[in-house]
Design a protein around this ligand. Sequence first.
Ligand code: CP
Length: 307
Amino acid sequence: MSHLKTKHLLGIKNLDKEDIELIFRTASYFKEVLNRPIKKVPPLRDVTIANVFFENSTRTKLSFELAEKRLSADVINFTASGSSVKKGETLLDTVHNILAMKVDMVVMRHSSSGAPHFLARHINATIINAGDGTHEHPTQALLDTFSILDKTGSVAGKRVVIVGDILHSRVALSNIFALQLLQAEVMVCGPPTLLPKHIGELGVKVETNIRKALAWCDVANILRIQLERQQMKYFPSLREYSQYFGVNKPLLDSLNKEILIMHPGPINRGVEITSDAADSDHSIILEQVENGVAVRMAVLYLLAEMN
Ligand code: CP
């Protein structure tokens, strides 16, 4: 099987292990291409892609745009701020207008969970979810798990803890699905108020002590506190959060073991992670960003084949 079994990438929930392994093999090839002097290849010539971002982004938006350009696609960019959304246009009308310009694929970020699924039901273009509300962020999970594979040679059997604001995190949910498909053991760690009540039913371990979580794991994926999605106070202060759940270099050194530190970004330095930990030898944070371009090239290339 050398094709994905889906027309859209709406979530890791819609992929199986074979799909992810195919994406990883393709990403490894594109990672090699990206290290050549000439980084541009022709497979998406005459394919037009719209990056439609209704919510802020640095990494995901730039990474998709670069991946599209490396594959020779024609690219148009839309951000909600400065658009006619501000004049009351609906999501569907906005996207129909973009599609009237003969667009083949839409990469969409939206603050509402399910927005890309809604679009996929109403339009013919291929939809790639670049993060929907608190639901899924599939390409982030793919690049995170690819980075573990790339760094260590395997994902199966690895113990991975996801630390922080699990309740509001689309990165956490997509990572849990991807890691479990690839047979890693998964733990979540954070204050009880930021852990969904029934999270254990997904088959993950639950821990509220950061030292015990780090002692257990091979890989720690540290998440930001998503204040923009929080409707109430879930902990007394950022200072207290940092004291009880922040990852710092003395804590890592005291474990006296090899541990990979990951973060999807954006980092709030001094809150969930200190600079001495984020910039330490344990950290593969910038390798995640580098791998993101190759992984997104793989996703775009494989979905374009399904058109
Ligand atoms: N990791 C991530 O989604 O970052 P951006 O919000 O900057 O795209």
